[in-house]
Design a protein around this ligand. Structure first.
Ligand code: MG
Ligand code: ZN
Length: 370
């Protein structure tokens, strides 16, 4: 063997050894999570997240993340997304039109991550501070051409593979234009239904639970909603984690968006702090469990919120923040994504909103035929 050839051979061996070590490392870090929890702060852009650093006593729970990315959220029909196409991008992996619930841009139903994991035997749950048939939660279990088809979405929830849900929306089940009573149907499908309060007793793994605690959306934090979101989320974790096959849970801080539409900074802040508190208990669960992937993001930003320095007599007063809004609608800004637990590394970088679905599929090692 010539000297040059020998050096070449040795070099190649080192490269191959390095490659195989690298591959082992990648596989080891890509451990499959047993559970996936998605928390969506509707309308929660980076500025809304930033309020937890200025208006919260104590550390922001967002500081607990090391894996952070950004998503671009343009739908097929417009430049700026609504909550329906935004949530359908996450839940079903398709870019679609504003108003679409679990359907593609040709209004064809697309399977959702919740349905795919349920088919693998996982338990599933949904918690929201809007009605449970509102665009964000609906996009995980329903398929309708229009987000406004609330009564049809309610009907679909009765038969969806969901073991726990909590939110508002009794009127879409019990006070319908077709005079049918889908509260009764929920009970017939095996749900323990409560329209008055969250239960305090322990939960039976073999039962399904439905909490519908307001005619439409839940009250605002400013109107005394209290700890509904953290408490309902804790109940969902207590119930769903009894399934040894694992679980999928979607939790939405729905009203961060509504505060943005109202250009009411205190409304946005109170709802974001409630979301942060809920995030804290979810991360506590995941830290203890070590087998749970937590993903936190928003569908879009609402209000064009800015934490502006105050202006006094035309001069900037940098000692004080006066939040200001640039619109009563949504904005097109990139949206932060925070991930924790096995598979969190997939969520780093800058990507499209529907790639969040692909990353969940990849992390959960599901086969995605699209
Ligand atoms: Mg929403
Ligand atoms: Zn909105």
């Amino acid at each position: 063997m010539k000297k040059n050839t020998l050096i070449f051979t040795i070099a190649i061996s080192f490269i191959l050894a390095a490659c195989s070590t690298n591959r082992i490392t990648t596989q080891a870090s890509a451990k499959k999570p047993q559970n996936i929890i998605v928390l969506i702060g509707d309308g929660m852009g980076l500025t809304q997240v930033s309020t937890t650093y200025y208006y919260k006593e104590g550390e922001s729970n967002f500081s607990r993340f090391k894996h952070i990315g950004l998503h671009q959220n343009q739908p097929t029909s417009h430049k700026v997304t609504d909550s329906a196409s935004g949530a359908t991008a996450f839940s079903a992996g398709v870019k679609t039109y504003n108003g679409a619930i679990g359907v593609d841009q040709d209004t064809v139903s697309v399977p959702t991550i919740l349905e795919m994991l349920a088919a693998k035997g996982l338990s599933t749950g949904l918690v929201a501070t809007s009605s449970i048939v509102h665009a964000t939660p609906a996009s995980f279990y329903a398929h309708t051409a229009s987000r406004g088809s609330y009564e049809e979405i309610a009907r679909q929830l009765v038969y969806a593979p969901v073991q726990f849900f909590a939110g508002g929306g009794t009127k879409f089940f019990a006070n319908r234009s077709d005079k049918l009573n889908y509260i009764d149907s929920l009970a017939q499908q095996g749900f323990q239904v409560d329209t008055t309060k969250l239960a305090t007793k322990s939960m039976d793994v073999n039962k399904k639970y439905a909490y519908l605690l307001a005619p439409d959306g839940m009250p605002k934090m400013q109107e005394g909603r209290g700890d509904f979101l953290p408490n309902a989320t804790q109940m969902a974790l207590d119930h769903l984690s009894q399934d040894e096959d694992g679980f999928f849970l979607m939790v939405e801080g729905s009203q961060i968006d509504w505060g943005g539409h109202a250009n009411d900074a205190d409304y946005v802040i109170q709802e974001t702090l409630d979301f942060d508190k809920t995030l804290g208990l979810v991360l506590d669960f995941a830290a203890k469990d070590k087998n749970t992937l937590v993903i936190v993001t928003a569908d879009h930003e609402t209000g064009g919120l800015s934490l502006s320095a105050s202006t006094v007599f035309g001069q900037g007063d940098y000692s004080k923040i006066t939040p200001s809004f640039s619109t009563g609608n949504h904005s097109a800004t990139l949206i932060p994504v925070f991930a924790y637990g096995p598979g969190a590394e997939y969520f780093m970088g800058i990507y499209q909103n529907n790639e969040i679905f692909d990353k969940m599929v990849q992390a959960a090692k599901l086969s995605n035929k699209r």
